[in-house]
Design a protein around this ligand. Structure first.
Ligand code: PMP
Length: 284
């Protein structure tokens, strides 16, 4: 198959490739009762893996799944899993919970049927030279009353997926998604930061976007480095008028933006600094 090298711990053993783990009755496959998290291994480090494991178990609770693994157990399995690969590989680390059986009302799951798998696969990360273009998505983020947006749940992703497709069809790499009130929320699977006059601004978590672990780490690192960071309501027009834009997410950590709509922009000093600060932190 076309899958990169993959190892999955399930039911007490490691399996290579893409083993079949769902059937036609699997609740998650049918009704979307699945959560996951995404962390990274590179250069021998797995930055903030403990926070990813915590969020993973919180996501389970938000979806009424049963977090059947303790954080420490998942951390140990991650350490074991990365050894399946040659140490120079860059890996995506994906713990998953899903429900096997139906619960009350059928659309809800039976939490007692929660299953766990830890999947690791080879996935190269963007280098220092990578940047991307964005446009405004016609699709918006749901609010906390409509979806459990602070959980990393599979059921939340089709909305972002259609935003990416729509943006790509218009020649952009990614899209800015607004919240239901029309303020900037995030990119389709990463958080967004703008730089104006040497200061950094990013949307304040308001229950419409994932308050990313990389986002929170980035804010802390920038502040320690003496750079002012405001968490506040951000309008789309401000992104278009920014000196620099960059995004954060576990997958590629920090990626500068090179274009918003028709306006191109250079990768600026604060975006470079943000990327440097993150990797300096990661390698410590
Ligand atoms: N928003 C969404 C919707 C995401 O899927 C992700 C990736 N997990 C992020 C933001 C960035 O979060 P993190 O830094 O925790 O990866």
């Amino acid at each position: 198959s076309g899958w990169s090298e993959t190892w999955t711990w399930i039911d007490g053993a490691w399996q290579g490739g893409n083993p079949a783990i769902a059937g036609p009755r699997t609740h998650a496959f049918w009704q979307g009762s699945s959560v996951f998290d995404g962390a990274r291994f590179f250069d021998g480090v797995m930055p903030d893996l403990d926070l990813h494991c915590q969020r993973f178990n919180n996501s389970a609770q938000a979806l009424y799944l049963k977090p059947i693994m303790r954080e420490g157990e998942i951390l140990e399995l991650c350490a074991e899993g990365v050894k399946k690969f040659s140490s120079d590989k860059q890996l995506y680390i994906k713990p998953m919970y899903w429900a096997e059986e139906d619960g009350p009302g059928v659309i809800s799951c039976d939490p007692e049927s929660t299953r766990f798998a830890l999947c690791l696969f080879e996935a190269p990360m963007a280098g220092d030279d990578v940047s991307m273009s964005v446009t405004l998505s016609p699709f918006r983020r749901p609010s906390i009353e409509t979806m459990p947006v602070n959980a990393k749940a599979g059921c939340l992703y089709p909305n972002g997926a259609r935003a990416v497709r729509e943006a790509k069809a218009r020649g952009f790499d990614n899209a800015v998604m607004l919240d239901t009130l029309g303020n900037v929320a995030e990119l389709t699977a990463a958080n967004i930061f703008l730089v104006k006059d040497g200061e950094v601004h990013t949307p304040v978590p308001n229950g419409t976007f994932l308050n990313g672990i990389t986002r929170q780490r980035m804010i802390q690192l920038l502040r320690v480095a003496g750079i002012t960071v405001y968490e506040r309501t951000v309008a789309y027009a401000e992104l278009k008028a920014a000196d620099e834009l960059f995004s954060t997410g576990n997958y590629n950590k920090v990626v500068p933006l090179n274009r918003i709509e028709e306006r191109t922009m250079e990768i600026g000093p604060v975006s470079r600094k943000a990327r440097e600060l993150y990797f300096e932190y990661a390698h410590k």
